[in-house]
Design a protein around this ligand. Structure first.
Ligand code: ADP
Ligand code: MG
Length: 614
């Protein structure tokens, strides 16, 4: 038989290898930025266009390359960073495989300009799909600029596989954060489609974290410091009360390299045990310094997992260091999270000062001054009634108090499959009562119905918000004094992305700045005190859905809003509110299940009850 085995031509081999190194624009960003760091740059500029699909450019002021090195740098296994296999055990650089530039050049159009400070002129090099198109002498500043254009131009399947520009930009931003946080002494800037997203001056760790995540991060940080023979730990953890429902602000750096380690993550989380709710994650920015020989980062070219020699010891040290910091900085609250989560404090009351119960003896009480006493009592009642007004602002039409709200009620002809259709509905003289501050019990002709108050309210609010967003004519309440709220830059990007939908629900934004949002109007059902919580929750939910790649903005917004704003278990509802809620529920299009697919009510017929008495 004739010989059939052939060596693959270099450009094909490079393309195959490129698949390993470059999965998406963010991978290119990582490689180029790390090269700039390795070249000793003090200032690094990242420029991207259209989520990195058309342009990724990194400009540094590092050591630059000679003309020969510039050309060689695009060869596979061409590296200045190691010479022998032993060097692998004493790595002080990010790169060492000599694969990145060769891989990138195999699947994109690359333009490089570079000049070492010792040379008068620099080199310009143009490569397309591994082929050198031109090499010229050029005038340029010290350092290197590499522009990567039209990524995957020669692999359409890969190009089509890329996500939307927004999603790719988010991956790039994540990568940028990781490198920028690992190197606070290097200045970074980041431009997207011509506008500046980040401008990070040289700083210390704390300032860098704050510059990346926004000024309100500063108050969250608790320092962590420990030095042992095995590891030196420094950095910050976030106070337990800032633990988030979504993952995101969790960073480990080992020898200035971002790493992922589920095992060490567990060590930190376990130090927070009992301080945060089970479904939330603590934020942390932890820098580990270990002997380069005791760490193996060679597992995979793009993976961020590493292997430590003595993981168990590291785990124990990390856990106790974090615990120590939590204790030392007095951030361990005397709170018990074992209580029934259903009884949790409603959001609106979370940040309020505890009020002493209103049964204290009135020393100045004079039984002969009847009128003054009465006034006091009336005052209290009015206040509590006001609170409920807020909550039920949209329900008032049912109570016949305020016809203005009729615009947010629903057409009754769409009610389907309800046991309450026609005149049969609630008995005209229906009475309701609240059971264990959790259920509303009422009678129907055939027996009784028990309604879960939270789920019922979620359903009512959900359909209202959904309708408002869809018809795009939401009613909004104008604020007398616009609210100024701070967010991180990443959060701001998300707010900008969902701004249109937010506007349709009734939010009015005066201004969206770099770290500030000014809110001038709110949806009718959102109380002023909850705006921050509502927006935080929206951002967290939006992030999670984007990760899962399945979401509709309208649905997500409505779900978040109804979840955040609904009446919670443990809240007392007066009779009018109970009745209004039940009526509103059965005017909903889908009154049986909550927006999260849980049953809202059960019915017990007279027959069922009769059977119990046999
Ligand atoms: P590695 O980083 O693993 O060595 P790369 O393909 O990323 O491999 O880079 C190859 C070589 O090109 C590097 O070893 C370095 O000598 C040189 N190089 C790459 N980027 C730069 C840069 N921004 N400034 C100076 N030299 C660079
Ligand atoms: Mg490299």
């Amino acid at each position: 038989m004739a010989d059939i085995i052939k060596l693959l031509p270099d450009h094909v081999a490079n393309q195959i290898a490129a698949g390993e190194v470059v999965q998406r624009p963010a991978s290119v960003v990582k490689e180029l930025m790390e090269n700039a760091i390795d070249a000793g740059a003090t200032s690094i500029k990242l420029i991207v266009k259209e989520g990195g699909k058309t342009l990724i450019q990194v400009v540094d002021d590092g050591m630059g390359m000679s003309a020969t090195d510039a050309r060689l740098s695009f060869e596979r296994h061409a590296t200045s960073k190691i010479e022998s296999a032993e060097d692998l055990f004493n790595l002080h650089t990010k790169g060492f495989r000599g694969e990145a530039l060769a891989s990138i050049a195999a699947i994109a159009h690359v333009d490089m300009q570079t000049k070492p400070h010792t040379d008068e002129v620099g080199t310009q090099l143009e490569i397309q799909g591994s082929k050198i198109v031109s090499q010229e002498v050029c005038a340029t500043h010290q350092g290197t600029s590499i522009a990567v254009k039209n990524l995957f131009f020669n692999i359409p399947a890969r190009r089509n596989f890329l996500k939307s520009n927004q999603v790719e930009l988010r991956h790039i931003t994540d990568e940028f954060h990781r490198v920028a946080l690992a190197h606070p002494s290097v200045a970074f800037s980041f431009y997207n489609n011509g506008s500046e997203l980040f401008n990070l001056p040289t700083a210390n760790f704390r300032q860098r974290i704050v510059n990346v995540f926004g000024s309100r991060t500063n108050q969250k940080l608790v320092p962590v410091q420990e030095e042992t023979q095995v590891v030196k730990i420094s950095g910050f953890i976030c106070k337990p009360e800032f633990a988030k429902k979504s993952r995101g602000e969790q960073f480990f750096f080992a020898n200035h390299r971002f790493i992922k380690s589920p095992y060490l993550h567990h060590a930190v989380v376990s130090a927070f045990e009992g301080l945060i709710r089970p479904e939330t994650y603590p934020g942390y920015f932890l820098y580990l310094e270990v002997d380069p020989a005791s760490i193996d980062i060679n597992i995979h070219p793009t993976k961020t997992e590493v292997k430590f020699d003595d993981e168990h010891t590291l785990y124990a040290i990390l856990r106790s260091t974090v615990k120590h910091s939590l204790g030392q900085f007095n951030v361990v609250p005397a709170l018990d999270f074992e209580h029934d989560p259903n009884m949790e404090t409603p959001y609106a009351y979370k940040d309020k000062q505890a009020q002493p119960p209103g049964v204290t003896v009135d020393a100045g009480f004079n039984p002969f001054l009847e009128s003054s006493r009465k006034r006091q009592v009336t005052g209290i009642q009015t206040q509590s009634a006001k609170g409920w007004e807020n909550m039920y602002v949209g329900l008032e039409s049912q109570l016949g108090k305020d016809e203005d709200f009729s615009s947010v009620s629903f057409e009754s002809d769409t009610i389907t499959g309800s046991i309450f259709t026609g005149q049969e509905a609630l008995e005209t003289t229906a009475t309701t009562f609240q059971l264990r501050r959790k259920y509303i019990v009422t009678t129907i002709k055939s027996g009784m119905v028990i309604v879960d108050q939270t789920r019922a309210h979620q359903r009512v609010l959900y359909e209202k918000f959904l309708k408002n967003i869809t018809v795009k004519e939401a009613v909004s309440q104008q604020l007398l004094f616009p609210l100024s709220l701070s967010f991180s830059k990443t959060d701001i990007t998300i707010i900008k992305e969902i701004k249109d939908s937010l506007t349709h629900t009734g939010f009015v934004f005066n201004e969206i700045g770099e770290e500030q949002v000014q809110v001038a109007g709110l949806p009718l059902l959102v109380p002023e005190s909850e705006v921050g919580i509502v927006l935080d929750q929206l951002i967290a939910d939006y992030q999670q859905r984007v990760q899962a790649d399945s979401f509709s903005q309208t649905d997500m917004l409505s779900k978040t809003l109804c979840k955040t704003l609904s009446v919670k278990t443990g809240e007392v509802l007066d009779n009018a509110s109970q009745l209004a809620l039940v009526n509103d529920l059965f005017a909903c299009k889908e009154s049986e299940v909550s927006p999260f697919n849980k049953p809202i009510y059960i019915t017990i017929t007279e027959n069922d009850i009769d059977k119990k008495f046999i």
